[in-house]
Design a protein around this ligand. Structure first.
Ligand SMILES: C[S@@+](CC[C@H](N)C(=O)[O-])C[C@H]1O[C@@H](n2cnc3c(N)ncnc32)[C@H](O)[C@@H]1O
Length: 252
């Protein structure tokens, strides 16, 4: 338990620093190609009906609040007090509804079956997956679903970049592996995965050039053909959007 508390404290301290120092600028260039998966993630969420929506690890930039209808009940949690405070301020300033709470996603205080939809962007890979999935399963309604956008950890070139830039990540984060997804199936009856950003990574150095949008679109089309024709290639993608449903009951 002491190890776990130290991990939570490392995550909280690191992200408080990130949100204060605007450190995302260091990896910002890669997000020039990430809009395709962010759009898909939002579409998956908006396509689901359901009143009670929870976003975990909302950070300061990741909140779904601006995209949701006002008649939904939106709650967002994060372990970083800076993230929660600033997200709440931004929401208030923009007239958005929502409740922002500092809370650990691996051990929330929500009652069982609280939410129709649980979502998160780049959060699961900061958590103990088994604990986080057990908690999501507990607080998700039986007909609910969870949608996450997460980085993958199989591409050797991306892993070299990660090794060379330890200052922009926590020691505990672990981009997801195929094994992780197999393990998650012990918690959910159905997991659908869509992969994004493999060949399109080659467009990143040209992000300030006029040819960038056309180049990115072409490479994205190649990516989707590749993932369709060679399903095993998906593991080398940078990002994926996963939809988890049919939470398994205790003892199943
Ligand atoms: C990579 S950031 C992603 C933030 C935001 N979702 C986005 O896409 O910009 C990961 C977030 O997870 C939060 N986090 C890490 N461990 C957590 C935990 N155990 N419970 C809740 N939030 C956690 C961090 O504070 C951080 O805000």
């Amino acid at each position: 338990m002491q190890d776990e508390n130290q991990r939570y404290e490392r995550e909280r301290t690191f992200h408080n620093w990130v949100y204060s120092e605007k450190a995302r600028a260091s990896v910002g260039k890669f997000y020039s190609i990430a809009d395709i998966c962010e759009r898909y993630y939002r579409e998956c969420i908006l396509a689901r009906s359901g009143h009670d929506v929870l976003e975990i690890g909302c950070g300061r930039w990741g909140t779904m609040a601006p995209f949701l209808d006002r008649d939904r009940c939106f709650t967002a949690i994060d372990i970083s007090d800076v993230a929660v405070q600033e997200s709440a301020e931004v929401a208030r300033a923009n007239g958005l509804v929502g409740t922002y709470l500092r809370m650990n996603a691996e051990a929330t205080t929500f009652p069982d079956n609280s939410f129709d939809l649980i979502c998160g962007s780049s959060i699961l890979h900061h958590l103990n997956l088994d604990k986080a999935c057990a908690e999501i399963r507990r607080i998700l309604r039986p007909d609910g679903c969870a949608v996450f956008i997460e980085p993958l950890g199989h591409n050797p070139l991306i892993n070299v970049f990660r090794k060379l830039t330890p200052q922009i990540r926590t020691v505990d984060e672990h981009p997801l592996l195929m094994k992780d997804m197999r393990d998650m199936r012990t918690h959910f009856g159905q997991i659908d995965v869509h992969y994004f950003c493999l060949l399109s990574l080659a467009a990143v150095p040209f992000r300030n050039w006029r040819v960038f949008p056309a180049m990115k679109n072409t490479l994205e089309r190649f990516d989707s053909s590749l993932f369709r024709m060679l399903p095993g290639s998906g593991r080398y993608a940078w990002m994926m959007v996963m939809t988890m449903s049919r939470p398994k009951g205790q003892g199943q």
